[in-house]
Every structure is written in structure tokens, then in C-alpha cells.
Design a protein. Structure first.
Lengths: 108, 115
């Protein structure tokens, strides 16, 4: 247990629906990262927060994706109008080294 | 731009045999290097890391990795593997950017230990 929790662990949704994932990091870690991992691949960087400021966004993060980290604590990742290609494991990490268990998204 | 190449997608090996999982990276600046392990249906766990100092780093379960700056490599080794080492192993490289660190992962190497 790394101390980073993610909810839900699994999410099945229909194409076109919106989904939101939550990450609760280790409280004293300022940096929070979101990654996406598809089957057979390594995690791909999506976005990064330093406290509440979103400092970098990957070009993988289309305008359907939005992430927030209010008050520099927990973070949410929302995907609007989901597509089948969004099916993946979404991982949250703090300080690069501590990963949560991930949220597996399946878009039908 | 940085990149990470894990040269083997799968490595089958017999129990108690030695194993080496290869990782090469490209970067123009100083980097931090990591190996992560992912067991089936679980998240990533940090196995070991190189930040500075001794180029040979070890994990608590017998793995070790050596940072070779001239060859830009960070290969992972274990002298005798167990069935329980069967997992996916990811090499990762972090380099400092404005505001923090950005980490790039390799595609992973699936280690399969056979009895």
C-alpha cells in the first residue's frame, strides 16, 4: 500500500457518457501526476500538478479531458463524451514514485 | 526529448536462473532512473531507483540495477529468480523540467518464471 488511493477501481460506461475519477494522494506530497496505461504498454503521462496548479498537460489530453486539484489535496480527472479509445487504466502518482492502484475504465 | 527503450518485451526464464532486463534511455540532461514492477491486476510498485551517488542500486527482494552513463543504460538484474517474480517490469526516466519532474516509461518487459 503506497498511501495513494483511487476511486472507483473499475468503471464501465457507455460511449458518450461522462466519467470522473478521484485520486487521494499522500498528504505531504505536493506533486501529483495522472497517467494512462493501455494493455501491453507503459504508463503515458497525461498531466501534472504542483499543489493546486496544473503545470503541464500532454497532447494526449484532448479537450474532452479535464483535471483539477482544488486546494492542492485530492485530484479529479473527468472525461466527457467518452469514446471506446478511452478504455484504459488511469493511474495517479505522487512525487513520481508512489502510484495508486488505478481506475480501470471500460467504454462499451 | 527523452525516451526509454526496453529491449525485450518478454523474458521467459527458469526458476533459480539469473535474469537481466535491459533498459536504455536517451536524455540530454541529468536524469533519475527507476524500475517499477506491476503484478497482474495491481498498480505499479517502485522496485528501485537511482538518484545520485553509487551507480549500483539494490532492492529488498534481491534485484539490482546499475546506472551506466556512458552507455545510457539502467539494466535490472537478479542472480536467482523465483516464481513469484513473474510480473511486468517498467523502466522509467525522470528529468527536471520547469516546475518539477517529468517521467517517461518504457513499454515494459514481461518476466515469466517457469518451474
Amino acid at each position: 500500500d503506497t498511501g495513494v488511493s483511487q476511486n472507483p477501481r473499475h468503471k464501465i460506461t457507455k460511449r458518450g457518457q461522462n466519467v470522473t475519477f478521484r485520486c487521494d494522494p499522500i498528504s505531504e506530497h505536493n506533486r501529483l501526476y495522472w497517467y494512462r496505461q493501455t494493455l501491453g504498454q507503459g504508463p503515458e503521462f497525461l498531466t501534472y500538478f504542483q499543489n493546486e496548479a496544473q503545470l503541464e498537460k500532454s497532447r494526449l489530453l484532448s479537450d474532452r479531458f479535464s483535471a483539477e486539484r482544488p486546494k492542492g489535496s485530492f485530484s479529479t480527472l473527468e472525461i466527457q463524451r467518452t469514446e471506446q479509445g478511452d478504455s484504459a487504466m488511469y493511474l495517479c502518482a505522487t512525487d513520481t514514485q508512489y502510484f495508486g492502484p488505478g481506475t480501470r475504465l471500460t467504454v462499451l | 526529448a527523452q525516451s526509454v527503450t526496453q529491449l525485450d518485451s518478454q523474458v521467459p526464464v527458469f526458476e533459480e536462473a539469473p535474469v537481466e532486463l535491459r533498459c536504455n534511455y536517451s536524455s540530454s540532461v541529468s536524469v533519475y532512473l527507476f524500475w517499477y514492477v506491476q503484478y497482474p491486476n495491481q498498480g505499479l510498485q517502485l522496485l528501485l531507483k537511482y538518484l545520485s551517488g553509487s551507480t549500483l542500486v539494490e532492492s529488498i527482494n534481491g534485484f539490482e540495477a546499475e546506472f551506466n552513463k556512458s552507455q545510457t543504460s539502467f539494466h535490472l538484474r537478479k542472480p536467482s529468480v523465483h516464481i513469484s517474480d513473474t510480473a511486468e517490469y517498467f523502466c522509467a526516466v525522470s528529468e527536471r523540467e520547469a516546475g518539477g519532474f517529468k517521467t517517461i516509461f518504457g513499454a515494459g518487459t514481461r518476466l515469466f518464471v517457469k518451474a
